[in-house]
Design a protein around this ligand. Structure first.
Ligand SMILES: CC(C)(COP(=O)(O)OP(=O)(O)OC[C@H]1O[C@@H](n2cnc3c(N)ncnc32)[C@H](O)[C@@H]1OP(=O)(O)O)[C@@H](O)C(=O)NCCC(=O)NCCS
Length: 163
């Protein structure tokens, strides 16, 4: 089985980040609060800035998955980290990339002395919900009709995990 590794992507490779992010927004519209149409026109500088918070899963040296981890800059929330944008390319699912991305995010959070991690997930994204539960995230709330996609509303679950 091909190995999956997790790490950062050099900023000069921002086009690879753009391509996987736009693929995620296009193919999994229910998974993310943002959309393909909103992000496709972003400049190289914007992509480079954003990828500083992104962890990538690599297979044969190519990014096949990603996770955005943001440490809150506000003092009152400096003990909290937020996870966004978790995605693994469909041809590389089931190989442990999701596991490795979450494990690395938890490790990085611990290294920063984080008390807890937060994320939101659409309940229709069953694989993601299972992945987060497996790693100790628990559902603590439900926001009703939080997203409107193609004219239909979707609830979102709020999950958190204490270190
Ligand atoms: C969720 C996602 C990132 C999982 O990535 P992955 O690399 O395939 O996950 P892994 O192979 O590391 O599996 C880890 C765990 O995830 C869960 N999982 C993965 N695929 C699953 C599936 N098809 N059904 C149910 N649970 C699944 C399981 O808990 C699994 O652990 P297990 O193998 O011990 O049962 C991937 O399916 C994906 O990108 N989905 C679409 C985007 C999305 O929903 N993102 C979340 C936004 S909040």
């Amino acid at each position: 089985m091909p190995g999956i590794s997790v790490g950062r992507l050099a900023s000069k490779r921002w086009r690879e980040y753009r391509d996987i992010r736009l693929e995620a927004l296009r193919t999994e519209p229910y998974a993310f609060g943002s959309s393909y149409g909103e992000e496709r026109g972003q400049t190289g500088a914007e992509w480079r800035r954003r990828m500083g918070n992104v962890l990538f899963a690599f297979r044969d040296g190519k990014p096949v998955g990603m996770l955005t981890l943001v440490f809150d800059a506000h003092r009152k929330r400096s003990h909290v980290a937020d996870i966004y944008g978790v995605y693994v390319r469909s041809g590389s699912r089931g190989l442990g990339a999701g596991d490795k991305l979450i494990e690395r995010a938890i490790e990085l959070g611990r290294g920063r002395g984080i008390l807890k991690m937060d994320l939101d997930v659409n309940p229709r994204q069953g694989a993601a919900l299972r992945l987060y539960e497996k790693h100790g995230f628990r559902v603590v709330g439900r926001q009703r009709k939080e997203l409107r996609i193609n004219g239909r509303y979707s609830d979102m679950l709020i999950m958190e995990r204490f270190a």
